[in-house]
Structures are given as structure tokens and as C-alpha cells.
Design a protein around this ligand. Structure first.
Ligand SMILES: Cc1cc2nc3c(=O)[nH]c(=O)nc-3n(C[C@H](O)[C@H](O)[C@H](O)COP(=O)(O)O)c2cc1C
Length: 178
């Protein structure tokens, strides 16, 4: 079994990014399991590094037990969301206990517009590399929710093949770095 810790960077009930994550999950090869990280975390506070909140302990364990990590981020004001940054800051601490080090990672994102999260993903890639994650370079995935999702939030037929190809490539990438 291959385990992937999934970070969805939008808390919105009908989030396109959540739909994208669930769509990718449904297209993953057999034997790959997604675990969604609870993103309803307190704001990072260094005073708590010695006594981490329970949800943060859980986040760090989920990442450490996982073979790979998938970040699914909206683009907020030309960067990735604060929800993702906050979760990464917690997971990277306390100093010397970075839970993300060495993990195989893919970064994707969905947006309502045509520019489609490229700047958000680029910023997030910098942070991931700094934290010693192994980031998959290709294929990139910039998902336009207007054309890629059905009205019920499912993946549109025209996007399925590309997403299935992405899912297989990521599964192989994680497997090869195990
Ligand atoms: C605070 C904020 C800033 C945004 N900035 C951008 C942006 O820079 N680029 C972009 O393509 N979309 C931007 N959007 C639109 C988002 O792509 C859109 O709201 C998207 O649906 C968010 O993802 P979600 O559906 O998973 O919540 C922004 C939305 C918000 C709420």
C-alpha cells in the first residue's frame, strides 16, 4: 500500500481544489491511499513548538507515515493560500524535526480563471525545495474548474485521461523514491 498525505488549501465547502483532489484520488492506480490532512489548524505560533497542539501532532504523524505528499492549492493574490503555508510551517517545526524532509511531493491547483494557479504553484515549489522535499517536475497540472469540472463537482470527461496520466506518474514517482 502506498500512502499519500493530501493538503487541500481551501476551506470552502464547494472548493474546486477539494473536487480536484477527490477526482485525482478516484483515478489513482490500485494500492494508493489518500489521507486528507485536517487543515482547520490554529495559526502557527513558535511559543508552542515545545507543546504542539493535538491537530499538529496528528498532521506531522500523517506526513511521516506517508510515502508521498500532494499539495492542492488555490491561487490567492498570485501566491498559494495561507491555509497551506500555515500547515507547512507547523509541519516543518520544531527546528530539526521537519516532517516533510525527503518526501516525494506533487503540487497541483485549481482556479476559477484561465491563469490557473501557475504562480501559486511556483511559490509553493520554492518552499517545498527549501524544506528538502523531492518535488515531481512533470507533468504540471493547472486545472481550470470552469471546463474541468461537471456541475456536481465531478471531473469532466474531457479531463479524465490527463488526470489519470498525472495520477499514474505521481504514483510511480512516489514508488521509485520509497
Ligand atoms: C483572496 C482571493 C484571492 C484570489 N486571487 C486569485 C489569483 O491571484 N489568481 C487566480 O487565478 N484566482 C484567484 N482567486 C480566485 C480563485 O481561483 C477562486 O476563488 C477559486 O475558486 C479558489 O479555489 P477553491 O474553489 O478551491 O476555493 C482568488 C480568490 C480569493 C478568495
Amino acid at each position: 500500500m502506498t500512502k499519500i498525505a493530501v493538503f487541500v488549501g481551501s476551506l470552502r465547502k464547494e472548493s474546486f481544489n477539494r473536487s480536484l483532489a477527490e477526482g485525482i484520488e478516484g483515478l489513482m492506480p490500485q494500492g494508493v491511499e489518500f489521507e486528507y490532512v485536517d487543515m482547520g489548524l490554529p495559526l502557527y505560533n513558535q511559543d508552542l513548538d515545545g507543546d504542539l497542539p493535538a491537530k499538529v501532532v496528528e498532521l506531522k504523524k500523517t506526513v511521516e507515515d506517508a510515502d508521498g505528499v500532494l499539495f492542492v492549492t488555490p491561487e490567492y493574490n498570485r501566491s498559494f493560500s495561507g491555509v497551506i503555508k500555515n500547515a507547512i510551517d507547523w509541519g516543518s517545526r520544531p527546528w530539526g524535526k521537519n516532517s516533510f524532509a525527503g518526501k516525494s511531493v506533487a503540487i497541483v491547483g485549481a482556479s476559477s480563471g484561465t491563469l490557473g494557479t501557475s504562480q501559486a504553484q511556483s511559490h509553493l515549489r520554492n518552499v517545498a525545495l527549501f524544506l528538502d522535499m523531492k518535488v515531481m517536475g512533470q507533468p504540471e497540472l493547472y486545472f481550470n474548474a470552469a471546463t474541468g469540472l461537471n456541475a456536481d463537482g465531478g471531473i469532466a470527461e474531457g479531463s479524465e485521461d490527463f488526470l489519470r496520466g498525472f495520477a499514474k506518474k505521481f504514483a510511480d514517482f512516489v514508488e521509485s523514491n520509497k
